[in-house]
Write a protein that binds this ligand. Structure first.
Ligand code: AMP
Ligand code: MG
Length: 488
């Protein structure tokens, strides 16, 4: 059987081959011991035009676990730098990820990077082992698909492999690989890398590559660099508005984890809100709360500023500032639009801001579960106990509900129409830490069924899944003891 990898192109490799190791390093994966497939993503396979049966072929297991036969594949690790927790960190790079090539998909042959994460050291591994543990690989695999299911721009994951390779973290853990799929793995930090090395020609070459591959219609446009940057600004604003609306905290919003296309990238110590708490810090290592839930919008702008600085050889300050100024209005407009939809409003009106803010404040002071509340609100009509009972301050809720009902009365939709739309805007399932943890613990015993179940549920989180009803309620008490950090 010919593998989909036979269709891979190597445009990045070909474009930058001449510049030696300035942009990337050719690498070879190191194999995992006794690999087994934990899960393969049939839905994504189909979207990529890969025969889903192919994913279960022995050759595919070999390939995805880093056991490379001699093939036409030219794996590369990309170099990048970045600001980590607000501090310039210098060179980083793909320390444990290798791009195998780009897969042309669909009639217009859009290229998707196929990447292997956890397949051993690269020249950018510094003192680390190039491995990824099963625990964090399950989290990345499930969360990228959960975010896609929620409609948030994100990298995807094609398959997940477990193994007997021992990886040393705080304790010994099984090594794993995830096949990550994305339209781009170029990060803000990729541009910063060359800017801070005083290599403006390399900044330009990278921008030219991004434009040629992702915005071919702009190749001859004299404003092409500005268009590229504006696109990053607007897509990042939209992505972060979506994060805020689904209650997602990324945890490590360093500039090396920000995609030039505005996709959610590099899932580590992320977390979804349980109770609505703007001060939520999901990353145990983030002691100062730089990347707390409420800080994400401003960090997004901080990161875009860092990207702007690295584009100063291509764009004037006036152009850069003009583009950056679009960030806040775009984020606010996207957020308001999404939140209005979540509470069943046909369109956002300026007065709705206080309605939404009052609700969020009430939810915060009453420790109301973010996801469960909005899902229950879909069934709301006058005097609904299930919704009201989530608030200790019943009077506070009643006075909000009164304004809400008045606002709904201004619309001409029926309750049934509103309910239907709201169900498609308020997920029943999100990936809470304890759910990933339950799947991880079973996987340690060789039982991968929960990973598969969660994958299917999270890929369509707005639908009912009777077999996963246990995951639609409040998290259990033991969930509070789970701590996630940068160690992965
Ligand atoms: P992250 O916090 O996962 O975004 O990683 C930050 C940097 O550390 C990136 O350059 C990674 O490639 C690198 N890195 C993280 N873990 C490892 C590892 N186990 N081996 C090699 N490099 C790693
Ligand atoms: Mg990273």
């Amino acid at each position: 059987m010919t593998l989909f990898t036979d269709r891979l192109q190597h445009t990045f490799f070909d474009q930058f081959r001449e510049q030696g190791d300035m942009h990337f390093s050719p690498v070879m994966p190191s194999r995992l011991d006794d690999p087994v497939i934990v899960s393969s993503n049939q839905q994504l396979a189909e979207q990529l035009g890969i025969d889903p049966a192919e994913l279960n072929q022995p050759e595919m297991l070999e390939l995805m676990s880093g056991n490379f036969p001699v093939t036409n594949i030219k794996p590369i690790a990309l170099v990048y730098s970045g600001h980590q927790f607000g501090v310039w960190a210098g060179q980083l790079g793909d320390g444990r990820a290798m791009t195998l090539g780009e897969l042309p998909v669909g009639n217009d042959a859009t290229l998707w990077d196929i990447q292997l994460k956890g397949a051993g050291p690269t020249p950018y591994s510094r003192f680390a082992d190039g491995r990824a543990v099963l625990r964090s690989s399950i989290r990345e695999y499930l969360c990228s698909e959960a975010m896609h299911g929620l409609g948030v721009a994100t990298t995807r994951a094609l398959c997940l492999i477990d193994s007997k390779t021992q990886v040393y973290r705080e304790e010994v853990e099984p090594g794993a690989t995830v096949c990550r799929v994305a339209q781009s793995h170029i990060r803000f930090g990729s541009f910063e890398h060359f800017h801070y090395r005083n290599q403006p020609e390399a900044v330009k070459a990278l921008a030219d590559y991004v434009i040629e591959r992702h915005f071919p219609e702009s190749v001859n446009d004299e404003n092409r660099y500005l268009k590229m940057f504006e696109n990053t600004v607007l897509k990042t604003a939209k992505m972060i508005a979506q994060w805020q609306s689904v209650g997602f905290a990324h945890g490590v919003m360093n500039t090396d984890n920000m995609s030039i296309l505005g996709d959610t990238l590099d899932y580590g110590p992320f977390g979804f809100l349980d109770n609505y708490n703007p001060d939520f810090i999901c990353n145990h290592s983030d002691t100062n709360g730089r990347y707390s839930f409420k800080n994400q919008p401003s960090v997004g702008l901080w990161n875009l500023n860092a990207l702007a600085t690295s584009l100063t050889t291509l764009l004037s300050n006036k152009e850069l500032i003009g583009a950056l100024k679009q960030y806040e209005p775009e984020l606010l407009s996207q957020f308001r639009h999404i939140m209005a939809g979540k509470i069943g409003l046909e369109e956002y009106q300026p007065e709705d801001e206080s309605l939404i803010n009052q609700l969020l404040e009430l939810m915060q002071t009453n420790n109301v579960d973010y996801t469960i509340f909005f899902r229950s609100l879909c069934e709301f009509s006058n005097n609904n106990q299930t919704v009201r009972d989530q608030f200790l301050d019943r009077e506070g809720f009643d006075s909000w509900a009164e304004k809400y009902l008045q606002r709904l009365a201004q619309q001409h939709s029926t309750d049934a129409q509103r309910h239907g739309k709201m169900l498609a805007s308020n997920p029943k399932y999100i990936l809470r830490n304890y759910m990933a943890q339950a799947a991880i613990e079973l996987a340690y015993q060789g039982d991968y069924s929960e990973v598969q179940l969660l994958l299917e549920v999270l890929q369509s989180p707005f639908d009912e899944h009777p077999q996963a009803e246990k995951y639609a309620g409040l998290p259990p008490d033991w969930a509070e003891a789970i701590s996630v950090s940068c160690s992965s």
